[in-house]
Design a protein around this ligand. Sequence first.
Ligand code: BGP
Length: 480
Amino acid sequence: MSLPKNFLWGGAVAANQVEGAWNVDGKGLSVADVATYKPTVDVKDYKHQVAVSTDTIQAAIADKTDTDYPKRRGIDGYHRYKEDIALFAEMGFKAFRLSIAWSRLFPNGDETEPNPAGVQFYQNVIAELQKYNIEPIVTLSHYEMPLHLSLTKNGWVDRSVIDDFVRFAKVCFASLPTVKYWLTFNEIDSVTRHPFTSAGIIPDQSKHLEQDEYQALHHQFVASALVTKLAHEMIPGSQVGCMLTKLTDYPATAKPEDVLASFQANTMNYFCADVQAKGIYPPLITKFFEKNNIQVAFGPDDAAILRDNTVDFISFSYYMSLISSASGDVEMTSGNTIVGGKNPYLKTTEWGWSVDPVGLRISLLQLYDRYRKPLFIVENGMGAADTLTADGKIHDPYRIAYFRDHLREMIKAVDDGVDLLGYTSWAPIDLVSASTSQMSKRYGFIYVDADDLGHGTYDRYRKDSFYWYQKVIRSNGADL
Ligand code: BGP
């Protein structure tokens, strides 16, 4: 069993979780900049906890500090990117996934010309990666849009945001012409899980929220298809991927009713990839809309735009699997953005996410069998608390075990016949958690000396897993 020679090993991050520098060099406020630190998140009420109101946003705008807003600090990646990229190169990265902060290029989102300092920053980052022959994989939208568009248009609910986004993408393609791999929307299916951070929607309790969510999602589909076309035109040979949260669901028992419930959960999970990879809304989803009184308005050309501009490859995040039962009588996962049944056969992380390496192999097989397009694992990893020892070490055998088990299953899936472009771990360096804004939920091979409240030197330390991943890449996965 071996991986292709050009397999893209690396790591993935998002701008709003690493850069900090939220008000530097002309950057505007983004939805991420008003996300507050939440020590605990009640899973059942997650949507409302992250769904800020206009009042809380106004308070955040008035607050010019970063004290309560960890994403404003990130890990100071804006100033330390050279040091970080040197560490990635030391691990032997072939690829690195990053995102572009839309509000760094267009502070309000609706300007006609970009902020030159923002453009320059990303040109510098890409040049630094290419200096080490690291292939950049760039996400255009990763839980981030200019806050102004959220406040003035209710984010992606308003169709005109498509034009704003296409203008932004055009600047990205024109200024970063050597980037070959692009992803349009990170975990596009998350619009219905956290509508504010994924689509700038400020929920109005008196309105039909699902209606707004699916309309916003439709606008993202159209925008994704339009920029896929644009990328192909502006950067010949470029490859554009969709990105979904792969939430592989199992029936709680072999009871046919449970199997049906699980099938339905998986169908909902495939919905976005069906639109982006096959170019059509699946009939089961259209019917779901009808039954739930959801009317998605299509522009006259939308169906053709979706049909004619499908993605080149399918990328996804994989963290866990879930279970479904017809009675709903199963224990639920807790402490994250994803609501689902907990599998009694699996262990969970400290944050309640089930650990299921075989589920990764199953996910790869399911996706490849369904779409027959190249796949890319662009997020997989484990949030854990780490301890920095007095002599500057971090011993993290639990993280090594997690990755080893997942990579073993990934390699088996390639041996099964799956066409896999690469694997970028989430995240190669500790960063601010998307769901809780915690620093203490650590994912990296590199430790960042900062706590949840922003105290610390922000110095970087190599964990034991750093040397382990270096060895994995060097052996192209043979030495796990
Ligand atoms: C994915 C997001 C990432 C990332 C990861 C881990 O859903 O695309 O941005 O953060 O999950 O989640 P968390 O940071 O909440 O632990």
